[in-house]
Ligand binder design. Structure first.
Ligand SMILES: Nc1ncnc2c1ncn2[C@@H]1O[C@H](COP(=O)(O)OP(=O)(O)OP(=O)(O)O)[C@@H](O)[C@H]1O
Ligand SMILES: O=P(O)(O)OC[C@H]1O[C@](O)(CO)[C@@H](O)[C@@H]1O
Ligand SMILES: [Mg+2]
Length: 517
């Protein structure tokens, strides 16, 4: 695919054509999904390119061609038509389904090293690996493409217009990956698209790398649209960050492995405390506002957990099949037990007994009640009232300790690949995309696929069933509940316990190709 000629690119490629419902990008005030279809139900959900709205942009040979480290690598450059399938499990006669553009270096780039002025910003909550991504962006840009001008935006989105910037060099970021947090600082709220793009324009920034969760990626999408509306040669790139693993499409988010590993320490402590006393109960609260992935994977990894409670699986306390009954049975069988609870679990129960559920943080996220404290007290009160089983309960809340640590070895490698892929895409003129791993391959995913939904644990899927069979906890769902759950989340099941509740664009695509989802 030759991006020096955007019109030919929009109309025929990948043995396919622009989807008939999609107008050509250049004629529309806002970008539209670029969907290319091919034979056998092939669909490419492509990402925008600078040439979509700035014609005749000059190209340059990729400097990696002369880089001794890379020139020996056979087929180092990604073929322009390489794409990655969203779904790898297919049936003999099924459609090929949705694909994303494969990430990696291209033969031609759209920026000369001296011309590039980069900005990097981190937004939202902390997550292990933020500093590694920052480091690898700075080093990747410098070592692979000779880019020297890299600014760090201080304190999240508002830093674009309200704070001083920080010069980042390979030397200044050399060992930041060994530290937790983000050297740039972060914040919630403060996204003012006009002021941010004014700042981008005023500072001559032409590549923006935005590291953050679902809210941040929505902000990145708004920045991209405004940049495009102003006709600026600025690549806007998202790098997905979330300890909750609630970003859809991608295999998992960076820092998640580290968080699960770190959670083991809290679970171990809860287990040691619980088994050291008669009828000991250890309760561990883990993060997960709307998605219980950390709790689910930490439970599966640990084997010491007897009950895992997540936001996706409503539970109840009293009566047959309830939590109290299970605790009593487990204590009688085993003498102790460990409960892991995600912070977003059981919020409807807590809110019945707490004051307000309507408070929000600066980004508009609902502030949660402390379900860990609440459930610990409820269990203590219940068994004190019963007087038949005297329990000792220890409550551990390691939530901020888990996300404040530096990333582990595997997350460091993942962060490096994500950052390098992001850089290759921007240098190749792509924009308006999130760099993400899909089925083990680095890809460029259009913003709308990342922002339209959240990733949730599917409690009717195999992974949750594995958890139930490993803990032996009740499912808290009658047959009716299971059927309702199946009806609610019908078609977008992703491998191994991931599901994204669909909205507009992807639902349309499911209609084009049901086998794609
Ligand atoms: N719909 C939106 N449009 C523009 N900007 C947004 C939107 N939602 C959130 N933002 C901005 O994105 C930034 C981060 O959002 P938020 O605090 O929700 O964290 P996040 O990126 O979702 O990360 P996490 O939830 O994992 O901590 C904030 O500065 C917020 O103002
Ligand atoms: O207290 P803060 O910084 O708002 O962050 C808490 C939230 O951040 C998250 O870790 C998401 O980043 C959620 O799990 C949690 O609810
Ligand atoms: Mg979020």
């Amino acid at each position: 695919m030759d991006h020096s000629n955007s019109s030919s690119r929009n109309h025929t490629n990948c043995n396919g054509f622009l989807h008939p419902n999609q107008p050509p990008m250049a004629s529309s005030p806002n970008s539209h999904p670029k969907v290319v279809t091919g034979t056998a139900g092939y669909i490419l959900e492509d990402v925008p390119h600078l040439t979509d709205y700035i014609p005749n942009l000059q190209t340059y040979p990729n400097p990696l061609q002369d880089n001794p480290a890379y020139s020996v690598v056979k087929q180092y450059f990604v073929h322009v038509d390489d794409t990655v399938p969203q779904k790898v499990v297919v049936h003999k006669d099924g459609a090929r389904g949705v694909h994303f553009r494969r990430a990696g270096p291209r033969q031609k780039v759209y920026f000369e090293a001296d011309e590039v002025q980069v900005a990097i910003v981190t937004c939202g909550g902390l997550c292990p690996g933020l500093n590694t991504v920052i480091r690898e962006l700075v080093c990747g840009l410098n070592h692979m493409y000779g880019v020297k001008k890299v600014l760090g935006i201080n304190g999240g989105y508002r830093g674009f217009y309200a704070r001083n910037t920080i010069n980042l060099t390979p030397k200044s970021v050399n060992d930041i990956h060994k530290r937790g947090g983000t050297v740039l600082g972060t914040s919630r709220g403060g996204h003012d698209t006009k002021k941010i793009v004014d700042s981008i324009q005023d500072r001559g920034i032409n590549q923006v790398y935005i590291i953050g969760g679902d809210g941040t990626q929505k902000g990145a999408s708004a920045i991209f649209e405004e940049v495009r509306r102003r006709g600026l040669k600025v690549s806007v790139v998202g790098i997905p960050k979330t300890i909750d693993n609630d970003i859809p499409v991608i295999d998992k988010s960076f820092g998640f492995d580290t968080a699960v590993e770190e959670a083991q320490r809290a679970i171990n402590a809860a287990h040691v405390e619980a088994e050291s006393v008669e009828n000991g109960i250890g309760v561990v609260k883990l993060m997960g506002r709307n998605s219980g992935f950390i709790a689910m994977y930490a439970t599966l990894a640990s084997r010491d957990v007897d009950c895992c409670l997540i936001p996706e699986s409503p539970f109840y306390l009293e009566g047959p099949g309830g939590l109290y009954e299970y605790i009593e049975r487990r204590l009688k069988e085993n003498g102790h037990m460990v409960i892991v609870i995600a912070e977003g679990a059981g919020q409807e129960l807590v809110s019945e007994s707490a004051l307000s559920m309507s408070q929000q943080d600066a980004s508009g996220n609902k502030l949660l009640q402390d379900v860990g404290l609440w459930i610990s007290q409820k269990i203590r009160d219940h068994f004190a009232e019963q007087k038949t089983l005297p329990i000792t309960l220890k409550y551990i809340d390691p939530t901020y300790m888990i996300r404040a640590v530096p990333s582990n070895a595997s997350d460091n490698v993942y962060c490096t690949l994500l950052a390098q892929s992001a850089v290759h895409g921007a240098m190749a003129g792509y924009t308006g995309y999130t760099s993400g791993l899909v089925n083990g391959r680095q890809t460029y995913i259009p913003f709308y696929r990342i922002t339209e939904r959240q990733n949730h644990v599917v409690i009717t899927d195999r992974m949750w069933a594995r958890l139930l069979s490993s803990t032996n906890q009740p499912s808290f769902l009658g047959a009716k509940g299971v059927n309702e759950e199946k009806e609610e989340e019908p078609s977008n099941e992703l491998p191994d316990g991931h599901c994204s509740k669909g909205t507009s664009a992807s639902k349309e695509l499911s209609c084009i190709s049901p086998a794609a989802c």
